[in-house]
Design a protein around this ligand. Sequence first.
Ligand SMILES: NC(=O)c1ccc[n+]([C@@H]2O[C@H](COP(=O)([O-])OP(=O)(O)OC[C@H]3O[C@@H](n4cnc5c(N)ncnc54)[C@H](OP(=O)(O)O)[C@@H]3O)[C@@H](O)[C@H]2O)c1
Length: 271
Amino acid sequence: MKKTVLVTGASAGIGKATAIYLAQNGYTVYGAARRMEKLQELKAYGIKPVELDITKQESAEGCINQILTEAGSIDILVNNAGFGAYGSIEDVSMDDARYQLEVNVVGAMRLTQLVLPNMRENRYGKIVNISSVGGKIVFPLGGWYHATKFALEALSDSLRNEVRGFGIDVIVVEPGATKSEWGNIATDSLMNVSGHTAYKDLATKTHHVFTQLSQTIAEPIVIAKLIKRGIEAIHPKTRYTTNQMASTVLLFLRKILSDKLMDKLIMSQLN
Ligand SMILES: NC(=O)c1ccc[n+]([C@@H]2O[C@H](COP(=O)([O-])OP(=O)(O)OC[C@H]3O[C@@H](n4cnc5c(N)ncnc54)[C@H](OP(=O)(O)O)[C@@H]3O)[C@@H](O)[C@H]2O)c1
């Protein structure tokens, strides 16, 4: 029996690659996002486009109800939709901060709440939360983005032990720098928000690091494969992390270094 998957943020980047890869590997895939025009090309892979703004309860309910009516169940939810609202803590407006949390954290948990009754009833389900290496390591001017990924990591740890008894697995996937629309959205917000303030030097240096990173960036299919590995494992790991060298080294150093040494290391990247 084909499993039904909902991938959020399927109009670009990691979500799009994941939707296509899972459809090519025998899953019934629903790809959701706000930009319906971008989702149309997914139809060629047999993916069913669904309109979704994860910040809106009505839109999320409409999306889930449509899939449940058509497919009968949602076996796997990939909470992938997200973006980076960059800028210093002082400069990011409270409205922008709230919106960042609303998309990356509340939106993902809104969909999780909506799929859980069906998964519990079926005593089967996989919830994949797309966090980030930035859910473990923090760079300045990314405070709100990192806060959303740290929150997603914590919520996943809580949820995992809440739903395990219902036959539901919770899997965290932590990409490193990956080719997508994410980088441009993050650097645009960084420079718009802090490019002309007291933090402009740090913003310019951070922008430079992003530009350098974009040269060693992974293809989104790498993360799509990691997601497939997680959902097909009989006993999935709690976390699947990108094996890009830079991320692996940083995560290892985060484990062994003190906060102050880690600060030195991070700031040395911004000089
Ligand atoms: N790329 C990286 O380097 C990287 C690294 C670590 C983690 N990640 C994480 O990976 C995930 C996917 O990002 P990506 O790199 O693939 O970025 P992307 O290319 O910008 O894709 C983001 C997706 O999220 C959707 N989205 C944004 N706001 C939404 C909303 N309010 N409602 C519904 N959908 C919304 C977008 O669709 P619409 O605009 O059409 O709605 C788009 O499909 C994110 O959670 C990101 O934080 C990315």
